[in-house]
Write a protein that binds this ligand. Structure first.
Ligand code: 4AD
Ligand code: MG
Length: 482
């Protein structure tokens, strides 16, 4: 096999004149002569000029949209507009015919819904290849951010017996056959006889084990798949998604917010710096789509402008109590436009979050100190505050424009008795989580952490409207194809 040169390398070459081989897929074929060749290494294509007089008829016929070809020839300065160089092909070999009659993609705009059904081909399109290059860049930047700051990457388990969030939306892991599970005397499924000797499920979060790491290594982060069996068919929920969860000893809620803000800005900056061509394409894609929309439906800023703005400006930081007060003073509230009630103690709904982020502050907002009753057992109880109707916990959510909740986190309850009381009140088993309690009994320390939903960050950075279009093979209710 001829050694191929990747198009990214070719496009960066200073000297021309040499003979090289490139291999890739045909993005476009114009005038029976000009191939726009794409190999995934770069957003940009390489123009390959076909010598149609000396290329066999049979080969010419097969150069078609998404055919896979190898082209060997000399790299020269381009005569045409739009590119600085091109490859004058002396030989073209068809590596994989396109079979256009039966192929499911067409060289024209296709809907996202259609492409989702063709997930085995959609990555060949401009849009999806840009999204997945950026997704890679973000994943790399996650590791770089934490490694550069002395954090250790901890691999927390995927199969676990504990339900960190207490929401009960878990996928069971078992080797029992449905309908043939052994039963105990009182008719319950006897998980003692199951593979792990206990009831297990796919993890919803690596946090509880992450805390073990933080109380030994000081600063850890996890970056792994998490699973939630919530029946949410929204543009921001997946049943299988990736989460980054830093956990830090000696951090309080304010340190935690600083870390979250720095982390978000770093990821955005990284993509702005390293993926300008992919971003420019996605920016233009959105602008084109919005051209015919009414003004109020359009984004207030272009994609790249939004990213720069978020990276350069301080996030707004407010308490839940302040958020409720602000919402009660808002126009939509006074005009009865909110669907859900705004009352201290009620959860903030996405319409409320959107108002705060998109209308009131027009930038990311960190809301902290939520009512205790709606939050997980491990969040640190705050003292009763004057003028605040009920008890709060040191929880924080980072809300992003167009996305809603990007990050959820908290300072953790490090006081044994307070934690035990909370667990009892919330029916979390002290027996099962004995090790979590022992972390408080033996050399416990104040600590804090958060979870960032990776796909939601990819959505924000790429401007993709649906979370199913930023993960290669989405798992959602009713769908586990590929
Ligand atoms: O707010 P959540 O549920 O927090 C936790 O799991 C904590 N244990 C994190 C921690 O403190 N270490 O989830 C964290 C983030 C959310 O803010 C959201 O971005 C994302 O995970 N997320 C989802 N993303 C896609 N699909 C879903 N079904 C998601 N559920 C949560
Ligand atoms: Mg949350």
């Amino acid at each position: 096999m001829q050694r191929r040169t990747e198009i990214r390398e070719v496009l960066g070459m200073e000297a021309l004149g040499q003979t090289i081989t490139v291999k890739g897929w045909v993005r476009a074929f114009r005038s029976n002569r000009f191939v726009a060749l794409y190999d995934g290494s770069d957003f940009n294509t390489l123009q390959v000029v076909v010598d149609f007089e000396n290329t066999p008829e049979e080969t010419l016929k097969q150069i078609d949209f998404h055919a896979c070809i190898a082209a060997t020839g000399r790299l020269v300065e381009s005569q045409g507009a739009g590119q600085t160089m091109e490859l004058l092909a002396e030989n073209i070999e068809i590596l994989g015919a396109a079979n256009p009659e039966a192929y499911s993609l067409q060289p024209k705009r296709m809907t996202m819904e259609y492409l989702r059904e063709k997930a085995h081909f959609r990555m060949r399109t401009n849009t999806f290849s840009a999204v997945f290059r950026i997704r890679h860049g973000l994943a790399y930047a996650v590791h770089k951010f934490y490694n550069d700051r002395g954090y250790y990457y901890l691999h927390t388990p995927i199969v676990t017996g504990s339900d960190a969030e207490g929401a009960g939306e878990m996928f069971r892991v078992t080797t029992f056959e449905p309908n043939k599970a052994p039963l105990t005397e009182d008719g319950q499924v006897d998980f003692k006889q199951d593979f792990f000797g206990k009831a297990t499920n796919l993890t919803v979060s690596g946090q509880l084990q992450g805390e073990i790491g933080a109380l030994a290594l000081g600063k850890i982060y996890t970056f792994g798949p998490t699973f939630r069996a919530e029946n949410s068919n929204t543009s921001r929920h997946l049943a299988e998604f990736w989460m980054i969860e830093p956990e830090v000893a000696f951090y309080d809620i304010h340190d935690n917010m600083d870390l979250a803000e720095d982390f978000c800005k770093y990821l955005i900056d990284y993509v702005l710096l390293h993926y300008p061509d992919d971003l420019a394409f996605l920016d233009k894609r959105i602008a084109d789509m919005e051209k015919n929309m009414p003004k109020e439906k359009r984004r207030p800023m272009g994609l790249i402008e939004t990213l720069r703005f978020v990276a350069e400006n301080d996030f707004e930081r407010i308490t839940y109590t302040e958020a409720v007060r602000t919402l009660k003073n808002s126009k939509p509230y006074k005009k009865g436009k909110f669907e859900y009630p705004v009352e201290w103690g009620e959860e903030l709904q996405s319409e409320h979050e959107r108002y705060l982020v998109e209308k009131k502050y027009k930038k990311p907002v960190i809301v902290r100190d939520y009512p205790a009753k709606a939050k997980a057992f491990y969040m640190r109880m705050n003292d009763q505050e004057e003028g605040v109707p009920g008890r709060t916990v040191a929880a924080m959510d980072v809300l992003f424009p167009g996305i809603g909740e990007l990050i959820g986190g908290s300072q953790r309850e490090e006081r044994l008795e307070v934690l035990q009381e909370r667990m009892d009140a919330m029916h979390v088993s002290q027996e099962e989580l004995y090790w979590y309690l022992e972390l408080r009994k033996f050399g416990g320390a104040p600590h804090a952490g958060f979870g960032l939903g990776f796909e939601r960050m990819v959505q924000f950075v790429t401007g993709m409207g649906n979370i199913r279009d930023v993960i290669a093979f989405p798992r959602t209710p009713g769908n586990a194809e590929f």
